[in-house]
Design a protein around this ligand. Structure first.
Ligand code: BMA
Length: 322
């Protein structure tokens, strides 16, 4: 099936590698009746269009994930009730809250990871075949952890997941690790992939970093978009960068952007429930057309879209590497 990837050509006034959709945000804070904010959400090609898992915080500011559907990847219908999980590979499907989902198709089903409340944040895993019935699996890690992002295929015969060990609060540190599993239940062989940078070298990512969308396999290795954070006198500021990881040994970083690719600059990124947040959670790509469409949460309030050429993002990452 041919999916039409959301797209707009680069405006002639733009000097950057990536540019924004001119009708951002594509999802607004009150787009379902219960919501206070809809942001940090994930989408995948599904049937003849797209499906997604959306982080909708309600007006009691409880965090949960909701399924949604779209024909064009831009106009979305989000369910009004949160996803109800059935038991997957475990009966233990406790969850105090769910947020910041990622979605990927592997082998025969769509896998979802999210930040799951189990005595503090950790990484929840679930799957669905149809975005109607959802099955929750064992948590991947001990608390505290965030930003669990699966690779779209097994690596050396095992499932692989990036994550960011954290604390129980707003975490003043954070490096990206990788873990492997033979069965999506037991995770081990934990390796450090990438750390927050030195302030002098690249300040936008000097406080903490976390994986964003599902990594994309290119001729140069895994293209991993990620968020980097600097702690300013006004609090955290989240921007997006890119790294390229070795195809077979993804704990080896080949390149990593010194400059960010997209930082909070538009009003909807600078003003919201949490100001100055660009938080990518999903990307659609089309190698033939050399197109990349990145979905990101803006200011912890809305969902926005940015575009780039895959080849240019890769070249920029290689030529402007830390
Ligand atoms: C992180 C998570 C994200 C959020 C970010 C900025 O710790 O809570 O969901 O976007 O902080 O507030």
């Amino acid at each position: 099936m041919k999916h039409i990837i959301p797209w707009q050509d680069k405006p002639s006034s733009c000097n950057d590698v990536m540019w924004r959709y001119n009708a951002n945000p594509i999802i607004n804070r009150y787009d379902i009746p219960s919501s206070n904010s809809i942001f940090n959400s994930a989408v995948v090609p599904f049937e003849d269009g797209y499906a997604g898992v959306f982080r909708c915080d309600n007006k009691a500011v409880q965090m949960n994930i909701f399924a949604g559907f779209s024909k064009d990847g831009i106009n979305w219908n989000i369910e009004h009730q949160p996803i109800k999980m059935q038991a997957g590979n475990t009966q233990m499907i406790e969850s105090d809250y769910k947020y910041d989902p990622r979605v990927v198709f592997i082998e025969d089903r769509y896998w979802i990871t999210w930040c799951n409340g189990y005595h503090g944040p950790t990484i929840g895993i679930g799957y669905t075949f149809d975005f109607k019935e959802f099955f929750q699996c064992e948590n991947a890690f001990l608390p505290f952890n965030r930003n669990g992002v699966l690779f779209p295929q097994k690596i050396n015969g095992k499932y692989a997941m990036l994550s960011r060990p954290s604390d129980n609060g707003h975490t003043p540190f954070g490096d990206i690790y990788i873990s492997y599993s033979p069965d999506m239940k037991f995770w081990g062989e934990h390796r450090c992939v990438m750390k927050a940078s030195n302030f002098e070298d690249s300040a936008w990512q000097c406080t903490k970093i976390g994986a964003g969308p599902i990594p994309i396999l290119t001729d140069d290795g895994w293209l991993m978009l990620y968020h980097g954070v600097i702690n300013t006198c006004n609090g955290f500021r989240y921007a997006m960068g890119a790294a390229i990881l070795d195809e077979n040994e993804p704990d080896k970083v080949k390149y990593r952007t010194q400059s960010y690719l997209l930082g909070p600059a538009e009003t909807y990124e600078q003003i919201g429930d949490v100001p100055n947040v660009v938080f990518p959670c999903a990307a659609l790509h089309d190698f033939k057309e050399d197109k990349l469409a990145v979905y990101y949460g803006a200011a912890d309030t809305v969902v926005a879209l940015a575009f780039g050429r895959i080849s240019e993002v890769v070249e920029f990452t290689k030529n402007n590497s830390l």
